[in-house]
Design a protein around this ligand. Structure first.
Ligand code: CA
Length: 217
């Protein structure tokens, strides 16, 4: 998933970025309100994690401005345990959920997945598709009852195709998904991961649309 982390505390931001990138997400980082608003206005995120105490303006103002502009991107606000009024104000301003700092990164990740699914209009977590059973919230899948284990990168590519299912995803979109990992992407990385996924899932699951991209029909 493409995510935006709005957080001015550098150390916290780095640990969240490291964790989410290791999970296969492409995460942008905005250290202040101006950068956050610009990023949200120009990029389509699956979900945004928004700190409210930012150096230039309050995160609440960013949220209100984006909602006024018609932006429906799921937003999770991050607040300290004692900032109950901020939390309420955030939800009133159009936040979808909140996390309390210091947050458990696995919980944050699960909530991000849940909200991104809702943002895509896919609230269900268990999906049956092409002879597979998929639990997106748990990032697990089964074929004929046997669990298939995917690496974080394989899952990231599969999950992107699943989120778009029925719609062709261009190679560039999958490169962006893989770009969330720290390592450099080779020119044929997408083909490599698609072929690994086909070997694990079966040949008919992911279709190639020549010159356009890949689709989970
Ligand atoms: Ca802050």
């Amino acid at each position: 998933m493409r995510l935006l982390l709005v957080e001015d505390t550098e150390e916290l931001a780095q640990s969240v970025l490291r964790f989410l990138r290791a999970e296969g997400h492409a995460v942008d980082h905005a250290p202040d309100a101006a950068t956050a608003e610009e990023a949200m206005a120009t990029t389509d995120y699956a979900c945004v994690i928004l700190d409210l105490g930012l150096p230039d303006r309050s995160g609440l103002e960013v949220l209100r401005a984006r909602r006024r502009a018609g932006d429906r991107t799921p937003v999770l606000i991050a607040t300290a345990r004692d900032q109950i009024t901020d939390r309420i104000a955030g939800l009133d301003a159009g936040a979808d959920d909140y996390v309390v700092k210091p947050f458990d990164l696995r919980e944050l990740s699960a909530r991000l997945r849940a909200h991104a699914r809702r943002g895509q209009g896919l609230p269900e977590t268990r999906i049956a598709i092409a002879g597979l059973e998929v639990d997106r919230a748990a990032a697990r899948l089964w074929k004929a009852g046997d669990e298939i284990r995917l690496t974080a990168r394989e899952w990231a590519v599969f999950d992107a195709l699943l989120g778009a299912r029925g719609r062709v995803l261009p190679k560039a979109a999958l490169e962006e998904v893989l770009g969330g990992f720290d390592t450099l992407i080779e020119g044929n990385a997408v083909e490599v991961y698609i072929s690994r996924l086909r070997a694990k899932l079966g040949q008919g699951v992911i279709e190639t649309r020549r010159g356009l991209g890949y689709v989970l029909p």
